[in-house]
Design a protein around this ligand. Structure first.
Ligand SMILES: Cc1cc2nc3c(=O)[nH]c(=O)nc-3n(C[C@H](O)[C@H](O)[C@H](O)COP(=O)(O)O)c2cc1C
Length: 162
């Protein structure tokens, strides 16, 4: 089964999770990037507000064909209890056509279910099938702790991905 990990990351946490999944499950990796560089401090205001309103941002073209993959991991930080605008943009420009999708989030707090529901509805509108989801709480965790937490999540949630 060919797997792909697609992710957006502003401050690096979701990237650590995405890279860990890709390494552990021997998957390809694809970063979603915005065309305009986001200021990390202003992101709380502008990014949080845009995420809250379910907005899309402008993203760079993706060079991969999703139809080459059977299972897609789709990762985003939680912003204002929602996915980030770049991931909204990725979903809305992608035909998932019966692809299986596993949604994952990173977040500072505890709550991510609302964000999973939000992404699930959007992916389903684009003909994808969300088969599982998980989240890694980042808070003040360092790189190693995030990797450890990700490995744990893979083991406990994804016994039979796909
Ligand atoms: C604009 C903004 C809004 C956020 N909103 C939430 C939130 O609603 N709930 C939460 O638990 N964490 C929230 N966070 C924290 C991030 O989800 C968390 O730090 C995440 O791991 C960052 O991922 P990244 O390093 O890949 O960008 C927010 C962070 C930013 C920048």
């Amino acid at each position: 089964m060919k797997k792909l990990v697609v992710f957006y990351s502003l401050s690096g946490n979701t990237e650590i999770v995405a890279r860990t999944i890709a390494k552990e499950l021997k998957s390809d990796l694809c970063r979603v990037e915005e065309t305009r560089k986001r200021n990390r401090f202003l992101a709380y205001m502008t990014g949080g507000f845009a995420a809250f309103r379910d907005k899309c941002s402008e993203i760079k073209p993706i060079a991969l064909d999703l139809h080459d993959y059977d299972l897609i991991f789709l990762g985003s930080p939680v912003w204002a209890s929602r996915p980030v605008p770049a991931i909204n943009a990725f979903i809305s420009s992608t035909d998932f056509k019966n692809r299986k999708v596993i949604v994952f989030f990173t977040m500072g707090g505890e709550e991510y279910r609302k964000a999973v529901r939000n992404v699930t509805l959007k992916v389903e509108k684009r003909s994808g099938i969300v088969v599982d989801s998980f989240a890694v709480r980042t808070g003040k965790k360092n790189h190693e702790a995030i990797v450890k937490e990700t490995r744990k999540a893979i083991k406990s949630h994804l016994k039979h991905p796909g």
